[in-house]
Design a protein around this ligand. Structure first.
Ligand code: ATP
Length: 488
């Protein structure tokens, strides 16, 4: 049909030309119409590049290659039985599962879990991100939703699979509470289309489709998305604990030549708060550092430096002035002295080599994960944070702007003490406590910590000044030098 039309059009144009007509306006108009047509087609096309590449990768990925998420994986596998045992589900009269929501911080392995789910259930896999559905043009998002469902069905048929998994990352972009995008009905239309497709899923069972959504902000999702019959199951994918971090590190060092003396447990203890993505980057950075030194194997010190790099950023060439170096040295020495006196053995090293946004920093010794803190422990954290500025004051009679971030963190801890009912205000409600009351109590907590820190530093002034001099001369101090100066 298409070729008949094109052929007839060409024949008419040639006929007109042979009869002396000016066919130039006709050619220009046809070119314009064609360009417009392809432009609109392009807008409507779903960019399934991620899904396409994921199809190839998912065949290789399984749950063994995901570390530190045992609970989440168990929950997910349990939910996946719905896809794997359809006859049993039908027999029991159970409503099939349509959607699973993976919620958790960035880089914790949600995408990996969706891909592993596809190979676990032997399903076709199509992936897209919430932002790919949102366009300025009305109706494009809704069209893309329809398209992704039909692509999933086609892909399952092509691969001869009985089921398909559609993975939508950044679900909150596409499924935020309706009305939250003022004046932008396109968002609401796209979400409505998703709900319509989900409602239609139970009628169309060949192939079975399962939707897996991932989000960092489950609180932003429209309640209609989370109601029973839609994203029925929510699986929390949290930051890994110490054992989980060790497992993830072992996964990402499998293909790397490690020094047999490397202790990944120590590395995992020093990386509290790291996500799987951070740990993957850490293993990669350690290998890069080893390669830069021409070392054929990756050693513990490469991991140590890689932790600093992932936490603080790359070392900078920026060279502070001599007076600034002295100030930074006393500032970092203040942090180190107070931290180690309050918790002996807690400081691992100290440096004034600038890295990322920090002009210097103190590294703590690996500790076990801690989730609960007493008043005293939180106060000690505030004292360590204030110690940098107070040490500057003791040495030079003035503070500098370098303590801004320390003060911000000290305030955050004070606020946490108040919210947790640890302050002199007793149990409070965050929603009803007046701002001024929080401010006054925070000031009182910080002033008390400040006075204790000042006394500690004044009592150990000689040690503090010695430490600062050694640090400015050597730029970095490890635990042995630190102990010699602080406890000699
Ligand atoms: P986002 O919310 O930002 O989309 P995500 O939770 O989907 O992140 P992934 O894309 O799955 O995170 O992970 C990014 C990379 O981090 C992975 O390719 C993998 O190398 C590593 N990674 C993250 N979590 C884990 C884990 N639990 N086990 C092993 N590797 C992990």
């Amino acid at each position: 049909m298409k070729s008949v039309l094109i052929g007839s059009a060409l024949a008419i144009v040639i006929f007109l030309w042979l009869n002396g007509f000016n066919i130039m306006p006709l050619i220009i108009a046809a070119a314009l119409i064609l360009a417009l047509f392809y432009l609109m087609l392009g807008q409507g096309q779903m960019k399934l590049g991620s899904g396409g590449s994921s199809r190839d990768k998912n065949s290789k990925l399984n749950f063994d290659q995901i570390g530190g998420q045992d609970c989440a994986i168990n929950e997910l596998q349990e939910a996946l039985q719905f896809v794997m045992q359809p006859e049993k589900i039908d027999h029991m009269g159970i409503r099939p599962l349509k959607g699973i929501l993976l919620a958790g911080p960035p880089g914790t392995g949600k995408t990996l879990m969706a891909r592993a789910a596809a190979s676990f259930t032997s399903s076709a896999f199509i992936a897209a991100s919430g932002s790919e559905f949102i366009e300025m043009y009305a109706g494009v998002g809704a069209k893309r939703i329809r398209q992704i469902f039909s692509s999933a069905r086609k892909e399952a048929k092509r691969l001869n699979k009985k089921s398909a998994i559609i993975f939508i990352d950044e679900l909150e972009v596409l499924a935020a509470k309706r009305g939250s995008h003022s004046g932008h009905m396109e968002y609401d239309q796209t979400l409505n289309q998703l709900l319509v497709e989900m409602d239609g899923m139970s009628q169309n069972k060949d192939p079975r489709i399962l939707l897996i959504g991932a989000t960092n902000r489950a609180d932003l999702l429209d309640p209609a998305v989370l109601r029973p019959g839609r994203f029925d199951r929510q699986v929390q994918v949290d930051l890994p604990d110490r054992a989980g971090r060790a497992k993830i590190l072992s996964i990402h060092t499998r293909n790397k030549p490690l020094d047999p003396a490397v202790n990944l447990d120590d590395v995992s203890r020093a990386t509290f708060g790291f996500s799987g993505a951070h740990l993957e980057s850490l293993a990669n950075e350690a290998a890069i550092l080893a390669m830069r030194e021409d070392s054929p194997i990756i050693k513990q010190n490469h991991f140590r430096e890689a932790i600093d790099k992932v936490m603080m950023g790359e070392k900078l060439d920026r060279q502070p002035s001599l007076s600034e170096m002295e100030r930074i040295s006393i500032h970092e020495s203040g942090h180190a002295l107070v931290c180690d006196f309050l918790q002996p053995g807690s400081v691992a090293s100290l440096t004034i080599v600038p890295r990322g946004k920090a002009l210097g920093f103190m590294r703590r010794s690996p500790q076990d994960d801690q989730y609960l803190y007493t008043y005293e422990e939180l106060e000690q954290q505030i004292m360590t944070m204030l110690a940098g500025a107070l040490a500057e004051e003791l040495r030079f009679g003035s503070r500098s702007s370098g303590a801004r971030n320390d003060f911000q963190q000290a305030w955050n801890v004070a606020r946490e003490m108040i919210s947790s009912g640890l302050s002199s205000l007793g149990v409070v409600s965050d929603d009803h406590i007046p701002v001024q009351t929080v401010y006054d109590e925070g000031k009182r907590i910080i002033a008390a910590a400040e006075s204790k820190t000042r006394t500690l530093l004044e009592e150990n002034k000689e040690r503090l000044f010695n430490l600062a001099v050694c640090l400015s001369q050597q730029e970095s101090l490890g635990r042995p030098s630190l102990e010699k100066i602080l406890y000699a």
